[in-house]
Design a protein around this ligand. Structure first.
Ligand SMILES: *[C@@H]1O[C@H](CO)[C@@H](O)[C@H](O)[C@H]1NC(C)=O
Length: 194
């Protein structure tokens, strides 16, 4: 169990070394882009601050190597770190510690959302499907429901409702749009407050 958690942390952490494609493209384009990429990398990988040009090149050769597996990247980075000076080693260790915390916390958050969501969805459906209440009552009930949930669950619920909303789906197509919008305001009052 512990081993599994550590392995998972390490593998997820390796994702931290992925350079955003846009940033990489930028760097090829101009010296200005190159500078921007370096400062972006320093922001994301703060342990590079005290590393000289050669050390950086070695590091980038590892993280840009497309044939290495994620675990191999991780091992190579660990080996690279062991050859750096003490402050850099400590900075790498701190970076990895932060990543591990992030992995643990994000996993807990996702678990909590998944656990809370079914009941929250059920309650929301009941409110939306209740035809004997006014739209003002509906609005206030939905607001109370959101207030009763933790922030992550509320955001996820709102995301789902928005994702499948009439406005963003069937109601979206060109010519029928105006008609659909009109209908939506009549039938989908619940989406208004989302
Ligand atoms: C990627 O890593 C492999 C294994 O260490 C090595 O053989 C290969 O030359 C590297 N590729 C590049 C482009 O550096």
């Amino acid at each position: 169990m512990l081993n599994q958690l550590i392995l998972c942390s390490l593998i997820v952490s390796a994702a931290a070394y992925v350079v955003p494609a846009e940033t990489a493209k930028d760097s090829a384009a101009s010296p200005k882009g190159q500078k921007r990429m370096l400062s972006e990398l320093e922001r994301r990988l703060p342990f590079l601050k005290g590393v000289d040009q050669e050390g950086r090149q070695e590091f980038f050769a590892i993280i840009h190597n497309e044939t290495l597996s994620k675990a191999e990247i991780w091992e190579a980075v660990e080996l690279w770190a062991s050859k750096q000076d003490k402050p850099t080693k400590e900075a790498v260790a701190e970076f990895h510690k932060n990543l591990e915390n992030h992995v643990k916390n994000s996993r807990l958050r996702v678990e909590k959302i998944v656990q809370n969501l079914p009941e929250a969805l059920q309650k929301l459906s009941e409110i939306i499907e209740a035809v004997d209440i006014s739209r003002t009552e509906e609005k206030s009930k939905i607001e109370s429901l959101y207030a009763s949930l933790d922030a992550d669950t509320t955001k996820t619920l709102q995301f789902l409702v928005d994702l499948v909303s009439f406005r963003k789906n069937e109601g979206r197509s060109g010519g029928a749009e105006r008609k659909a919008l009109k209908m939506e305001s009549k039938t989908e009052s619940s989406t208004k407050i989302l």
